[in-house]
Design a protein around this ligand. Structure first.
Ligand code: MF3
Ligand code: CO
Length: 236
C-alpha cells in the first residue's frame, strides 16, 4: 500500500503540470494509464463495477466519477477533480485532488482550499483512541464554517486489498460515534464539497455525479494509516 500510495501521489502531483486550457479529459486518462503502467502497477478503477477509464475526471459541477472523453475540452476558469486508485500486488491506494485550469475565480479557489483544509482538520482525529465520527464531524464543521455543502451520497471508506472496505466514513455527523480507531487501520478520507446545495444527480452515463443546482464541487482525498501518533499519509 505504501508503494501504491507513493505512485498515486506522484501521478497526481505530475498532473498539475499536464492540466491546462485546451487539453481533453481523455488526454488526462492516457497520461495516467501510461504512468501507472510505467510504475509496474494497475489502475484499479478501470473495470471496477464497469467503470471504463483509469481515472475519474470531474469538471466544475461534476462531483465525482466523471468519465474521461475526447469531446470534453478543459477551458480557462474550469476546476477539475481527479480521483485515482492504484493497485500494487493486490493492495490499493486512493487519492483525489481538485485543480484549477488556468486562472480561476476566488470562489472556486476557496472551495478547493476548503476541501483540503477540511481533510487536514479531519485527520487531526485520525489517531488511535478517537472514534471514527470525530473525523467526520471535524470535516463537516470545517466545510460548513465556510458556507459550503458536504456531499451526503458518497463517503470515505476503509481500503486495503479492496478499493472499498468497512468502515464507511461520512464527511458529516455527530462526534464520538462509530468504531474506535486502532493502529494499522487504513482509511481513505475524502471530503467532497459543494458551493451550494449538497444534493446530487447521476447523469444518464450512470456514473457522473453532478450538483442538482449546478454549483461547483471540489474533492480532496488521501489514504492514511492510523497509528498511536500522527497518521501516516500514503498518497501525498
Ligand atoms: N476512487 C473513488 C473513491 O474515492 C471510487 C471510484 S469508483 C470507480 O472511492 F468506479 F470509478 F472506480
Ligand atoms: Co475513495
Amino acid at each position: 500500500m505504501r508503494q501504491a500510495g507513493k505512485v498515486t501521489g506522484q501521478i497526481l502531483n505530475d498532473l498539475e503540470k499536464v492540466i491546462r486550457p485546451g487539453i481533453t479529459t481523455l488526454e488526462i486518462d492516457r497520461f495516467v494509464e501510461k504512468a501507472v503502467k510505467a510504475a509496474g502497477m494497475t489502475a484499479a478503477e478501470k473495470g471496477y463495477c464497469g467503470y471504463p477509464a483509469s481515472i475519474c475526471v470531474s469538471v466544475n459541477e461534476e462531483v465525482v466519477h466523471g468519465i474521461p472523453s475526447k469531446k470534453r475540452i478543459l477551458r480557462e476558469g474550469d476546476i477539475v477533480s481527479l480521483d485515482l486508485v492504484v493497485e500494487n500486488h493486490g493492495y490499493m491506494a486512493d487519492a483525489a485532488r481538485t485543480y484549477g485550469v488556468g486562472k480561476i475565480s476566488p470562489l472556486a479557489q476557496h472551495l478547493i482550499d476548503t476541501a483540503k483544509q477540511a481533510f487536514f482538520n479531519g485527520i487531526a482525529f485520525a489517531k488511535e483512541g478517537y472514534r471514527l465520527s470525530d473525523i467526520s464531524n471535524a470535516i463537516q464543521t470545517a466545510v460548513e464554517g465556510e458556507g459550503f455543502g458536504v456531499i451526503r451520497d458518497f463517503v470515505g471508506h476503509g481500503i486495503g486489498s479492496n478499493m472499498h472496505e468497512d468502515p464507511q466514513i461520512p464527511n458529516y455527523g455527530k462526534p464520538g460515534k462509530g468504531p474506535r480507531l486502532q493502529r494499522g487501520m487504513t482509511l481513505a478520507i475524502e471530503p467532497m464539497i459543494t458551493q451550494g446545495s449538497y444534493e446530487i444527480d447521476v447523469l444518464s452515463d450512470d456514473w457522473t455525479a453532478v450538483t442538482v443546482d449546478g454549483g461547483l464541487a471540489a474533492h480532496y482525498e488521501n489514504t492514511v494509516v492510523i497509528t498511536d501518533g500522527e497518521p501516516e499519509l500514503l498518497t501525498l
